[in-house]
Design a protein around this ligand. Structure first.
Ligand code: BES
Ligand code: ZN
Length: 610
């Protein structure tokens, strides 16, 4: 056994799956998918083949040419992180296999919404979130970013629903016999097939679909925004994302041609667990980013930047996650700098810097996860998700930029993308390429300290920005009892308030926190970052008056960036006795409305603190 990724059963000594043809029958009544997967291998293989699965039922494995069964075994003892090893025995140089399988209602990648949980209220909805290691709960695969796949997919749905995918839409048509797992159901009256293809090789974590009552609006020459019918945000989204084409152009200037043809945006229901997910051709977004103040554009800039850093060049495993997120955070800020101005970009760097310092606090008892290059053997990547790979990664690249100057750094970035596109690489490959491209760089920058050291290196830097400095110093004055004046905050948008609130100490005087809200109405701010930052502070300092507002927030959103701090503040804050009771009650009520990944994360917060 030659493992290549701490989160996969894939074996480096075997061939990998390189193409998948899926036929998926969506059963909304049982919230399961019945499917067939024709898996083609990168080269013919004899002997055992190891595939990743999680909570899948495997009905049969066969030779696609003869339909003769192939021996297989599904490990009966699931690994809590990796799931279940599906081991198939191939005799005689097989290069493909056909698997019949079903997903479980608890599939960790899928959230199924019943009609009452949607905005239209008439039809159900289902969507995926596969990063980091959830694709295996939809179909058997080599669920490691090292094993890139091309795919085609037939999604069989009730006829009044439609589907989108991180792939090219080929056509919508009636089902045909012989193409799905079971002809009778597959071809039943009223069913429709949506056909997709992805011809570029992607890591499995970028596999994505959504199905429901979905409509769209044109935003730019290669961009449409999609959302649920009757979603309150569709029109606002189209306005918020108006600058997308300008951003794509800026991305191309920095990194080279946009290789994915379309850049569409899907606004998901509020339970979507992330701010955004860079699914190729179709970025997935939380509706909470549409605040009307440009904060949505920042998230789009980030997910767009992944089109190069992440989707073209991919981390070989989650150990090197910073290669995806650090580069993307850097690129995002370069795009923001052009589209929204230098001041805005500097403010974002400042918010990132504050966040990085907070993470150092969070990990102070386990500094391993303050490193860029990590060892995640035995670790659930969803548990240790943090801003470290984003912000320390950003700082590392910014440090290199300062060393060699922007023109040379831009040149370096372009060469890096051109050389490694459509490959999955690790930190060592990056370092080797850096040293080869910038001879002597290791004499000026302590590369080892940056990638393998813990904490924040001494040559990291706070942004130089008058606005950033002013906000941080106002936050310091809060401790001395001084609130910012109306004049000082007159021009503040969401991000300014976010930075200010995140810099207020968690042991601030409760009455002063309340007075701040009385003056500036932060608990009901239209920007979610501000609202959540304020409510987190209020819960931390033990202000029970805000428990109702916290409860309402936890009931209306499933984005983990908000769930994590709010639940944590409730169970560890000054009024933690009541807070813990409230947290448990709210979670028992709201649980079903969260994505399975978010359910797991909240459970672990409650579990650690009771
Ligand atoms: N790829 C990430 C989201 C992700 C990371 C999903 C790890 C699963 C595992 C995405 O690009 C991201 O970073 N989203 C951020 C937005 C941002 C930094 C602007 C988010 O969701 O908050
Ligand atoms: Zn990202």
């Amino acid at each position: 056994m030659a493992p290549i990724d701490p989160h996969s059963f894939s074996d480096a000594a075997h061939a990998f799956v390189s193409h998948v043809s899926l036929a998926l029958y969506f059963d909304f009544a049982t919230t399961t998918i019945d499917g067939t997967a024709l898996l083609s291998l990168s080269r013919p293989h004899t002997g055992s083949l190891s595939l990743d699965t999680r909570s899948l039922a495997i009905h049969s494995v066969a030779d696609p040419a003869t339909l003769d069964p192939l021996p297989f075994s599904l490990d009966s003892n699931p690994d809590p992180i990796k799931g279940q090893l599906l081991s198939v025995t191939l005799s005689d140089h097989h290069h493909s296999l056909l698997v019949r399988f079903s997903t479980h209602p608890s599939s960790s990648a899928l959230q199924w919404l019943s009609p009452p949980q949607t905005s239209g209220k008439r039809l159900p909805y289902v969507y995926t979130q596969c990063q980091p290691i959830h694709a295996r709960s939809i179909f058997p695969c080599n669920d490691t970013p090292t094993a890139r796949i091309r795919f085609s997919a037939l999604l069989n749905l009730p006829g009044h629903m439609s589907a989108v995918m991180s792939a090219a839409h080929v056509r919508r048509r009636p089902p045909a016999a012989g193409e799905g797992p079971d002809d009778e159901r597959w071809c039943a009256d009223g069913r429709v097939v949506e056909e997709f293809r992805m011809d570029q090789p992607i890591p499995p974590y970028l596999f994505a679909f959504a199905a429901g009552e979905i409509v769209s609006r044109e935003v730019g020459p290669r961009t449409r925004v999609y959302a649920e019918k009757e979603s309150p945000v569709l029109e606002a989204a189209a306005a918020e994302f108006a600058e997308t084409e300008a951003m794509i152009r800026q991305g191309e200037k920095l990194f080279g041609e946009y290789e994915w043809e379309r850049f569409d945006l899907l606004v998901l229901p509020p339970s979507f667990p992330y701010g955004g997910m860079e699914n190729p051709r179709m970025v997935f977004l939380t509706p909470t980013v549409i605040a009307g103040d440009g904060s949505g554009a920042q998230v789009v800039a980030h997910e767009l930047a992944h089109s190069w850093t992440g989707n073209l060049i991919t981390n070989a495993s989650n150990n090197d996650f910073w290669l995806n997120e650090g580069f993307t955070t850097y690129a995002e800020r370069r795009i923001v700098e052009v589209v929204q101005g230098e001041e805005r970009a500097a403010l974002n760097i400042g918010i990132g810097w504050s966040g990085l310092k907070e993470e150092m606090e969070r990990f102070k008892d386990n500094m391993e996860f303050t490193k860029l290059r990590t060892n995640q053997e035995g670790i659930d990547p969803d548990e240790i998700y943090s801003r470290v790979p984003y912000e320390k990664g950003f700082q590392f690249l910014w440090r290199i930029e300062r060393q060699i100057g922007r023109p040379d750094f831009d040149e370096f970035l372009k060469k890096y993308i051109a050389k490694f596109k459509f490959q999955s690489i690790n930190t060592q490959t990056f370092l080797d390429f850096l040293k080869e491209s910038v001879p002597g760089i290791e004499k000026d920058i302590d590369l080892g300290a940056w990638v393998d050291g813990t904490g924040i290196p001494a040559d990291a830097m706070e942004p130089v920005s008058a606005l950033y400095a002013k906000i941080v110093s106002l936050a310091k004055e809060f401790k001395l009892g001084r609130m910012p004046t109306e004049e000082e905050t007159a021009d503040w948008g969401g991000q300014e308030w976010e930075l200010y609130l995140e810099n207020l100490p968690k042991n601030s005087d409760p009455s002063q926190v309340q007075a701040l809200d009385a003056r500036y109405v932060l608990a009901e701010h239209m920007n979610w970052e501000v609202k959540v930052a304020f409510l987190t502070l209020a819960a931390s300092v033990g202000l029970r008056d805000y428990h109702a507002a916290v409860e309402k927030t936890l009931n209306s959103v499933g984005r983990m960036k908000y769930l994590r701090p709010l639940y944590t503040a409730l169970v560890t804050g000054k009024s933690k006795d009541e807070g813990q009771m409230l947290a448990k009650r709210v979670f028992s009520e709201a649980r079903d409305s969260y994505h399975p990944i978010a359910q797991g994360v909240v459970e672990s917060i409650l579990c650690k603190n009771s």
